[in-house]
Write a protein that binds this ligand. Structure first.
Ligand SMILES: NC(=O)c1ccc[n+]([C@@H]2O[C@H](COP(=O)([O-])OP(=O)(O)OC[C@H]3O[C@@H](n4cnc5c(N)ncnc54)[C@H](OP(=O)(O)O)[C@@H]3O)[C@@H](O)[C@H]2O)c1
Length: 323
């Protein structure tokens, strides 16, 4: 069942050797202007503990990992970036220990999709190895309403780690970074199987802030599943219109079936297994199950989530949607 069925509030790189060169250099784009968040710290103890923490950030060159790395550094944590650039490969377990050893915590983001084939097995194995190496505090990025993500979440929960799952709504940044950008930029059109379904797009800065708060606030969010969304439901058509207004150009949205979308992906050379996975994912996720707000951002950060309009305005300033 998706999060709307039962509306609930579930909810420093001190490896000190080669890691220093691997410290994230993730881009400081305009959308990353720091905004004060209510770190629910309980005083100096937690802050000092956080300061001496080293967190492994998987996917640190990606959309969420880059923001988590910056937010963690901003909170005084040591950050150890971990992606293939640093020799860490989710598909090769022999690369995991070097990255984990000596760290205190890790942010886990499984490439492509948290519900992808092999994700549960890899996350479970990595989490158990992390615990064995003394890296007990693990935060996994998951996806709201995605049934295929549940075994991955369960693999983390049963690993022996002090776990937190952060289940995110669709990212607002899907419109400015990643596969949805090209159509909007080049032809002014988003062709997507989103129908007229509503989604509370979440800003990735809020996701990153929630992750870092979960890491720095002691046991407060251990054993918790935090659903995070933006503050407002929008259809993909409405989101594209907001992007168009912010970008100062007319953009259109053309809904297609998941199957038609899959045919386009196949024509673009996406491998058949990946296409089949995405078709099934979109068919299930975009059926209205996620058409509700979640309160994780408010609970953890003590403020409202960033609005989609704020995201669109700031992303437009970077020129990302200019043809
Ligand atoms: N899109 C959404 O709306 C949404 C919503 C909720 C949850 N999610 C979840 O978000 C996750 C994707 O996160 P993201 O958008 O931050 O990722 P992303 O921007 O696509 O970046 C992927 C990151 O993973 C690294 N990577 C790729 N393959 C790897 C491998 N084999 N081993 C190690 N690292 C690898 C990449 O770096 P290198 O290339 O250097 O390895 C990169 O840093 C998925 O699990 C998805 O289910 C997405």
């Amino acid at each position: 069942m998706g999060p709307c069925g039962a509306r609930q509030l579930t909810g420093a790189m001190t490896h000190n050797t080669a890691d220093d060169t691997a410290r994230t250099t993730a881009h400081d784009t305009a959308d990353d202007t720091a905004r004060p968040t209510a770190h629910h710290t309980t005083g100096c103890t937690v802050q000092n503990a956080a300061r001496s923490m080293t967190v492994v950030v998987t996917g640190a060159s990606g959309r969420t990992g880059g923001r988590v790395a910056r937010a963690a550094e901003g909170a005084g944590l040591g950050v150890r970036s971990a992606s293939r650039t640093q020799g860490f490969d989710w598909y090769d377990a022999s690369t995991w220990a070097d990255v984990l050893r000596g760290a205190d915590a890790a942010y886990l983001v499984y490439p492509t999709d948290v519900g992808a084939p092999g994700a549960a097995d890899a996350v479970g194995r990595l989490a158990r190895e992390a615990v064995a190496l003394g890296v007990r505090r693990l935060v996994l990025l998951s996806s709201r309403g995605e049934e295929r993500a549940l075994p991955t979440e369960e693999a983390l929960r049963t690993s022996g780690a002090d776990w937190t799952v952060v289940r995110a709504a669709w990212f607002a940044q899907n419109f400015s970074e990643g596969p949805l950008v090209e159509g909007l930029r080049s032809s002014g059109e988003l062709v997507f199987p989103g129908g007229e379904v509503q989604e509370p797009f979440v800003d990735l800065r809020d996701v990153a802030d929630v992750v870092v708060n979960a890491l720095t606030e002691g046991d407060r969010y251990v054993g918790r599943t935090l659903d995070v969304s933006g503050p407002r439901l929008l259809t993909f058509r409405e989101a594209v219109a907001e992007v168009g207004r912010a970008a100062g150009r007319e953009l259109t949205y053309t809904p297609v079936s998941a199957r038609q979308y899959g045919e386009q992906l196949a024509a673009l050379g996406v491998p058949p297994e990946e296409t089949a996975f995405l078709v099934e994912l979109f068919e299930s996720l975009l059926d209205g199950r996620n058409a509700c707000l979640s309160a994780g951002v408010q609970e953890v950060l003590g403020r409202e989530p960033r609005d989609f309009a704020e995201f669109a305005r700031e992303a437009a300033e970077t020129g990302v949607w200019k043809s």
